[in-house]
Design a protein around this ligand. Structure first.
Ligand code: GLN
Length: 192
């Protein structure tokens, strides 16, 4: 399996390592031609405004949109913002996934936190019922989801932090910063 990780900015190496550990071939995507022959794409966490600006500068917006429309794509944290239809601010977005996000919803860097979350869909890739250790770093919240979007995980107070729309996945937190590869396996399973 050949999977890309958008490598304009942010935590792409961490995703690459986990994917390679699962036997996938990984391509760091910076130019439109890097998307050739890929079967899926991860958009990492980082700074969504920077990722967006670089995507514009590198003429990546249209090629990324075209690729994402027909492939499995997973945005983590800033990546989920970039994938969303609406971030309530002026910044370049792919405007694909039918979610509205609130950037930095938990506050500043010091308000970053870690929490164990039950994520039932991970049952598909592992018999373990263990909660997922979710790391939130200046994370966005998924404020609203459209009709075709399934909620995969919420905080105890009901605020949404992971969602899926067909073959698009968005997580507010960073599974690539843990040793738990269930979310990466779940993503690879989405690739036909
Ligand atoms: N705060 C960042 C943003 O709004 C996201 C942080 C992250 O990806 N860890 O883009």
């Amino acid at each position: 399996m050949k999977v890309g990780v958008l490598a304009l900015q942010g935590a792409f190496i961490e995703h690459q390592k986990i994917l390679e550990g699962l036997g996938a071939e990984v391509v760091q995507v910076r130019l439109p031609s890097d998307l050739d022959d890929l079967q899926g794409l991860i958009i990492p966490g980082g700074e969504s405004t920077t990722i967006g600006k670089l995507a514009v500068d590198f003429d990546m917006m249209e090629p990324l949109k075209a690729f994402c429309r027909s492939h499995a794509v997973w945005g983590t944290c800033a990546g989920s913002i970039f994938l969303s239809k609406d971030a309530a601010r002026q910044q370049p977005l792919l405007e694909l996934m039918d979610i509205k996000v609130e950037r930095n919803a938990f506050g500043r860097q010091v308000d970053s936190f870690e929490i164990d979350l039950p994520i039932p869909c991970l049952k598909k890739v592992s018999p373990s019922d263990a909660p997922f250790h979710a790391i939130f770093i200046r994370a966005p919240l998924i404020e609203e989801v459209g009709k075709g979007v399934e909620i995969l995980a919420s905080l105890q107070d009901g605020r949404i932090v992971a969602a899926q729309e067909n073959r698009w996945l968005a997580t507010s937190f960073h599974p690539e910063l843990t040793a738990d590869d269930r979310f990466h396996r779940y993503f690879l399973e989405m690739i036909p």
